[in-house]
Design a protein around this ligand. Structure first.
Ligand code: IPD
Ligand code: CA
Ligand code: CA
Length: 275
């Protein structure tokens, strides 16, 4: 298995080069296309970043399955879905709305792991914010690093002093009452709620301690897969909305926080999202 396991160095240069590709378009001219079903937009930068990442993975790891936002699943079929397999889960540009308006709050998110009995077991994850050159790398059982410095999640206990991030799903035309009620409850109980527009970056910044918690539903696997390992390896707790073990392929929502804040955040959310 080891020759099929990517190294941290491989992931670091892959994600940083993808970031440089997006910067060639950032705050410059690029074309924007609307996605179908009112699902937001895709830009030249999303496509160029995804094509680059997939090409590099194909060159080195020919047999690996790839799940990438703009092109979907490769090498993954109903017949082999039960089989253990190596898989990459990729968001080539998370925060496309921000990017398209020249807002630097966006990132690239890449997770690598194995599907075992239908569950994604993350091994290696990277999130990179090109505009600040912030590189988050996590490896299973080896910790999370921000620009090579080990991260330890802070241990703030008082929910009243916590800053909690969340996001609005790209799925439009939805009834937002449940979303707004949850936001209201958290805003009232915490120091303040933040909505920044890039779920993967919100997770990375939760690992850094900028936020003491992050939650959102619904999200896609590529929004959550890398960030979940990055938070866990920094010492945080990640669960689904039922408070159970999280899997980005199975779960539509994620709750991530430090150990002290997670129980209160989960119980507040469950007042509005009963499972
Ligand atoms: C979106 C961002 C946003 C979140 C949406 C996602 P995209 O991803 O992460 O913060 O609220 O649910 O779809 O489309 O910019 O990659
Ligand atoms: Ca995304
Ligand atoms: Ca994206």
């Amino acid at each position: 298995m080891s020759e099929h396991m990517p190294t941290q160095q491989f992931l670091e240069s892959l994600i940083q080069e993808a970031g440089s590709i997006t910067l060639k378009f950032f705050q410059k001219n690029f074309s924007i296309q609307e996605k179908s079903d009112n699902q937001g937009i895709v830009t030249d930068a999303d496509i160029a970043s995804e094509n680059f990442i997939k090409k590099k993975i194909h060159e080195k790891f020919k047999t690996h399955t790839i799940l990438a936002e703009e092109s979907g699943l490769e090498k993954f079929t109903q017949e082999n879905s039960e089989k253990e397999q190596a898989i990459w889960i990729i968001d080539p540009l998370d925060g496309t709305t921000n990017f398209s308006k020249g807002n630097p709050y966006y990132c690239i998110s890449i997770a690598f792991g194995h599907i075992v009995e239908g569950v994604f077991q993350a091994k290696l994850a990277g999130i990179y914010q090109p505009t600040t050159q912030s590189l988050f790398i996590a490896e299973k059982n080896k910790g999370t690093f921000l620009n090579k410095q080990k991260l330890f999640l802070n241990d703030l206990q008082n929910f009243k002093l916590a800053s909690i991030a969340t996001g609005f799903s790209s799925n439009k035309d939805k009834d937002l009452i449940q979303v707004v009620n949850t936001i209201g409850a958290i805003q009232n109980k915490s120091l303040g709620l933040r909505i920044n527009g890039a779920a993967a970056l919100d997770l990375a910044l939760t690992a850094k301690g900028i936020f003491q918690g992050f939650y959102e539903i619904p999200l896609a696997p590529w929004d959550m897969a890398a960030g979940a390992l990055i938070v866990t390896e920094a010492g945080g707790v990640v669960s689904n909305f039922a408070g159970k073990e999280f899997c980005p392929l199975r779960d539509k929502g994620i709750i991530a926080a430090n150990k002290q804040i997670h129980p209160e955040l989960l119980s507040l959310i469950q007042n509005y999202y009963s499972n």
